[in-house]
Ligand binder design. Structure first.
Ligand code: PHE
Length: 454
């Protein structure tokens, strides 16, 4: 029996835009600046960029190669390379991680929708955006409704199929986002505290290095690049054999990192240094306040939140796609039903996160991670968005080294780029030693010294 023909991206640009769409999202614009602010500014940024290049890029290549080779998502990919082996649990971990991330990501993505409508219909109260945010996130019914809306939107697009839905949305809107961010950077550079803000953001100081800096930098790199849970593997599985993986993967990593750095270039000049009350609200509070001071600020704010909504959407699509394609490929459940099931489960899992920003006291403040009081959403973010992704990345590397074989990986990776084959001399030591050692170190640290996290 021959396998049914798999859907494929129309063009390599289509793939790059969709993969960049998965990578670029709230991770860059919401998560990166506030995590940077909590972990020491310039030191964190330097570490982050190094990790992206030395660990993120190699892992990106592994995921894309394995996806295209097997034409499957994480569970199927492992099964087709090592049938019947215990490695399959790595695939299940990926599916669960996707749902775990989507469950809290959907909450934050819901905020972007609400802020969009707020900009269109009311505008923002100058100097009071902090209070606005606090009240809004503490409203349980709002949070749950918005989570529901966002997940339903995501599910709807996933149902509509790979080409029609994902490719079109990403290709039109990402360039506009880039333009708007550039404009905002130029404006925030003219503000009073810009120089000291930039100094904090870009100049590393060894005293800023804390116990958690490395953990968060690693987690943020995986999170931002959509690595460690099979999203890139699944996207790679729709990629034609003739495309150049080396180039495509490199471009995605660069785009993603540039957008994250740009987001910091907007926020830190405004702050003029380390954020005072940093936390999940940072970008929403700071950017909206910035808009209240700009001529035509309301229109720009509406545009900004619309684009952020779409950027979040192209990421949630990829999160949902992993679990949905698992049900489709491995359980032969039709796309529509598969996407509906995953959307529903994610919604239920997401409810405590939605209620953990003030609506429910005991969910709001649970433990302390990295010196910050953390609620349910923060815990989900830490467990799935940091630990689980790093673990997934480590398992993937071990799978490649011990099971699939580095030679087979390279064969797929360099399939249409013979000229770049020399890059394997850089890639191999990273995959054999540097990346797994660094990730294992971080995970071991968390495991054995959980206490030191707080
Ligand atoms: N990379 C996405 C972002 O930065 C989030 C994401 C993580 C998407 C993991 C898919 C997988 O917003």
């Amino acid at each position: 029996m021959s396998a049914p023909k798999r859907e494929q991206w129309n063009s390599s640009l289509g793939f790059i835009l969709a993969a960049a769409g998965s990578a670029i999202g709230l991770g860059n614009i919401w998560r990166f600046p506030y995590i940077t602010g909590q972990n020491g500014g310039g030191t964190f940024v330097l570490l982050y960029v190094s990790i992206v290049l030395l660990i993120g890029l190699p892992v990106m290549y592994l995921e894309l190669s394995m996806g295209r080779f097997s034409k499957r998502g994480p569970v199927g990919a492992v099964e087709s390379i090592a049938p019947g082996s215990f490695w399959k649990f790595m695939g299940y971990l990926a599916v669960i991680t996707g749902i775990g991330i989507l469950s809290f990501y959907g909450v934050v993505a819901g905020w972007t929708v609400w802020y969009f409508f707020k900009a269109v219909f009311h505008g923002f109260p100058s100097g009071k955006t902090n209070e606005l945010f606090g009240e809004f996130v503490a409203s349980g019914p709002h949070q749950i409704a918005l989570l529901y809306i966002f997940l339903a939107l995501t599910g709807g697009i996933v149902i509509s199929g790979i080409k029609g839905g994902i490719e079109k949305v990403s290709s039109i809107l990402m360039p506009i986002l880039l333009l708007l961010l550039t404009g905002l950077i130029i404006y925030s550079m003219t503000l009073k505290g810009a120089t000291s803000g930039l100094k904090y953001y870009l100049v590393p100081k060894s005293s800023d290095f804390t116990k958690t800096t490395f953990i968060f930098a690693l987690g943020q790199a995986f999170f931002s690049l959509s690595l460690g849970m099979g999203a890139m593997m699944t996207y790679g599985s729709y990629l034609k054999k003739k495309e150049n993986l080396v180039k495509a993967g490199f471009l995605v990593v660069i785009f993603d990192t540039v957008i994250a750095l740009m987001s910091g270039l907007i926020i830190f000049p405004v702050l003029g240094g380390a954020p005072q009350k940093s936390g999940a609200g940072l970008v929403f509070v700071v950017i909206t306040d910035l808009f209240t001071k700009l001529p035509g600020g309301r229109i720009l704010a509406a545009l900004f939140f619309l684009l952020l909504t779409v950027a979040a959407l192209t990421s949630t699509i990829s999160l949902l796609e992993v679990a949905a394609s698992y049900l489709m490929d491995e359980h032969k459940i039709p796309r529509k039903k598969a996407a509906t099931i995953v959307t529903f489960i994610t919604f239920i899992v997401g409810i405590p996160s939605a209620l953990s920003l003030g609506a429910n006291k005991s969910l709001t403040s649970m433990i302390s991670i990295g010196g910050q009081k953390t609620g349910f959403l923060g815990i989900m973010d830490f467990l799935f968005g940091n630990v689980s992704l790093a673990l997934g990345g480590l398992l993937l590397i071990l799978f490649v080294v011990f099971k699939w074989g580095i030679k087979n990986t390279e064969k797929e990776l360099f399939r249409n780029s013979e000229k770049l084959k020399y890059l394997r001399y850089i890639l191999r030591p990273l995959i054999w030693f540097a990346a797994p050692a660094a990730i294992a170190l971080v995970l071991g640290f968390i495991l054995f010294t959980g206490k030191t996290l707080s």
